[in-house]
Design a protein around this ligand. Structure first.
Ligand code: FES
Length: 78
């Protein structure tokens, strides 16, 4: 699904926004810089913020899942 129709020659999709956030984009302007393009009308602001927030939440959950994994090492018995 398209998020921004104004950016670049073909716009930005939700995947484009997610890719930028996973590459380190912290704000909308970072997303545009990541794709070497610019916004124009600003109509997409709310949708882009939602996609960015969802991606950040996914990343936090993934990080939490990795950190929350228990490793149980058998201890030698005497
Ligand atoms: S739709 Fe994104 S700047 Fe216009």
């Amino acid at each position: 699904m398209y998020v921004c129709h104004c950016a670049g020659p073909k716009g930005l999709t939700e995947k484009d926004v997610r890719d930028a956030v996973r590459a380190g984009a912290k704000c909308r302007s970072d997303v545009y810089k990541h794709h070497d393009t610019r916004p124009s009308c600003g109509i997409c602001t709310k949708h882009m913020n939602e996609v960015m927030a969802a991606t950040k939440a996914e990343m936090a959950a993934e990080k939490g899942d990795r950190q929350g994994t228990l490793r149980i090492t058998p201890q030698p018995t005497e």
